[in-house]
Design a protein around this ligand. Structure first.
Ligand SMILES: N[C@@H](CCC(=O)N[C@@H](CS)C(=O)NCC(=O)O)C(=O)O
Length: 205
């Protein structure tokens, strides 16, 4: 197996996932600045030209961070990061999707509509960047409430939902938002997840 990656939020989610499982697989950095992810070779692995991609020994390629994590969960079941049993798996999926489509998306949208790297790729709309920033900030308040009565987002155990939220917070702090003292529960959770050894993989993006 080989993981194609760059130092960016989605590949980092997969690397944290692997680190939590103490799984050591070959990783290869793709030179996005040189357009390597738009080459015919790479587009044959992922027609969207995005990272991460997990290439299996038989040449099969899996794109999409959560799809890759699902495959890895089956390869390395311990510790479970996608929940155990139908109910817990559904709860983990619920929180992961909420965070991915909310905080993670809003934070990424802010960057895509502001940073020079995306200038040539999309029509950047400053007003939309501000909307995305406001949305990301609102999600912090909501997450703070969600963490009031439990240790991790989906319950007692650290899961992929925490990884997605953690990576979004690392991306957005401090240029998009700040975790403020009033975010008592979110602060407690963020300090805990940031102290895990897995938090240091692939840098904070
Ligand atoms: N939905 C995909 C998103 C992948 C994605 O957007 N990857 C970004 C890095 S975070 C990328 O490859 N960007 C390179 C580019 O836009 O050229 C996933 O979950 O993996």
């Amino acid at each position: 197996m080989k993981l194609y990656e760059i130092g960016a939020p989605n590949p980092r989610r997969v690397r944290i996932f692997l680190s939590e499982k103490n799984a050591d697989i070959e990783c290869s950095t793709v030179d996005v600045m040189a357009g390597e992810n738009r080459s015919a070779d790479f587009l044959a692995k992922n027609s969207l030209g995005l990272l991460p991609v997990l290439e299996l020994d038989d040449g099969t390629c899996i794109a999409e961070s959560v799809a890759i994590c699902r495959f890895l969960e089956a390869q390395y079941p311990e510790p479970p990061l996608l929940g155990v049993g139908p109910l817990q798996q559904a709860i983990v999926e619920m929180w992961n999707r909420r965070v991915e489509l909310g905080l993670f998306r809003s934070t990424a949208d802010y960057f895509q509509h502001t940073i020079p790297f995306f200038k040539e790729r999309i029509v950047q709309i400053p007003a939309y960047a501000e909307t995305a920033k406001a949305s990301a900030r609102n999600h912090l308040d909501w997450l703070n409430g969600a963490l009031a009565d439990r240790k991790f987002l989906a319950g007692d155990d650290y899961t992929i939902a925490d990884i997605t939220a953690q990576v979004a917070l690392d991306l957005g702090t401090p240029s998009v938002f700040a975790v403020e003292p009033r975010h008592e529960h979110l602060s407690r959770w963020f300090a805990e997840v940031s102290a895990r050894p897995s938090a240091s993989v692939l840098g904070k993006s």
